[in-house]
Design a binder for this molecule. Structure first.
Ligand SMILES: [Zn+2]
Ligand SMILES: [Zn+2]
Length: 329
């Protein structure tokens, strides 16, 4: 029996309807013991009234809000000359037409590919034992461990899948679209062929589903936190800027834009997403490291000129490498 027969936060607006629904969807739940996030969670599910629709809608809205919300600061930075000194490929600022093209393509893939996928996600999640509408949430400590595991899994999955996508036929028909921009920008993070979104998205959502096979304590709220952080990672890695306060300056194994920008420019090397260890271990960062070492060893007064020269060379080699990949296989 529910000790409190109403859902705080929304009850004044939705009255009796909520009380019946709440008692129906949350039997044996003491709403008074929930924190504000959990109450909002309950309110959302009770308000929508159907867990499949509530989860689907929330997943879709969250993705749009986080993706475009995170891109806005980068779009503003691109418009401010003050930040140009930290641009990894100087002068390669996206045009309005390029940003608009990416926005349209990303929205198109979200509505045509992702929306139907999300609709099928709830039954799949329930089948795997992922908690959705239930409260309370697991502890922050447990969620932190789960998210750390998802980061490590996604990075590994992405490394090998991304390397495979650089193989001739796969590159030509799928991954080429994402490489349209040799100097990426935030909005270009999800600018990719629908099949690529599907393949690489498996790394993001596969970790949580796999986790559910082993343990019964994963909540979709934790998956949302994970997806939000993963979107931040992807957009920031495509931003094109490396600031003195960027995360990779604080955590030496964090990839950041410095790492992924080189992948877009040189076309080879640096296949992973969040961490540098797979590229390091398997030697697929050799060109990147040699380039970094050459720039670092230059005298301060010559550094800018050398960097410019190096960038031009890497770019030329990248164009050649892309042509080889396309023709090969
Ligand atoms: Zn690539
Ligand atoms: Zn990329």
């Amino acid at each position: 029996m529910a000790t409190t027969s109403y859902v705080p936060l929304l009850t004044n607006h939705f009255g009796q309807f909520n009380q019946t629904k709440a008692a129906d969807m949350y039997p044996d739940t003491d709403f008074g013991s929930l924190n504000v996030f959990e109450r909002l969670w309950v309110s959302w599910y009770v308000w929508i009234g159907n867990p499949v629709i509530a989860t689907g809608l929330m997943s879709f809205l969250m993705h749009e809000l986080v993706y475009f919300g995170r891109c806005i600061p980068w779009m503003m930075i691109d418009k401010m000359p003050y930040f140009r000194k930290w641009k990894l490929q100087p002068g390669k600022v996206p045009t309005n037409a390029q940003m608009w093209k990416c926005t349209k393509a990303v929205l198109f893939s979200h509505f045509t590919i992702e929306l139907p996928q999300i609709w099928g996600f709830h039954p799949l999640a329930e089948y795997f034992g992922l908690a959705t509408h239930s409260v309370p949430f697991p502890s922050w400590k447990l969620m932190a461990v789960q998210i750390a595991l998802f980061f490590v899994f996604e990075d590994m999955f992405h490394y090998f899948a991304h390397r495979a996508l650089h193989y001739g036929p796969l590159y030509k028909h799928i991954h080429k679209m994402h490489h349209e921009y040799a100097a990426p920008f935030g909005l270009a993070a999800e600018y990719a062929h629908p099949l690529e979104v599907l393949i690489l998205g498996t790394g993001t959502i596969g970790g949580p589903l796999l986790y559910c096979l082993f343990r019964p304590d994963l909540h979709i709220f934790c998956v949302y936190v994970w997806v939000t952080l993963r979107l931040f990672q992807a957009i920031d890695a495509h931003s094109g800027y490396d600031f003195p306060w960027s995360l990779n300056r604080l955590i030496p194994f964090w990839s950041g834009a410095d790492h992924h920008d080189f992948h877009h420019m040189a076309f080879t090397n640096n296949y992973s997403t969040s961490f540098r260890w797979w590229d390091h271990l398997l030697g697929t960062d050799n060109k990147y490291r040699a380039y970094k070492a050459r720039v670092a060893s230059a005298r301060p007064e010559e550094r800018a000129a050398l960097e410019k020269q190096e960038l031009e060379m890497v770019e030329k080699e990248g164009v050649k490498a892309e042509r080889i990949a396309e023709l090969g296989g």
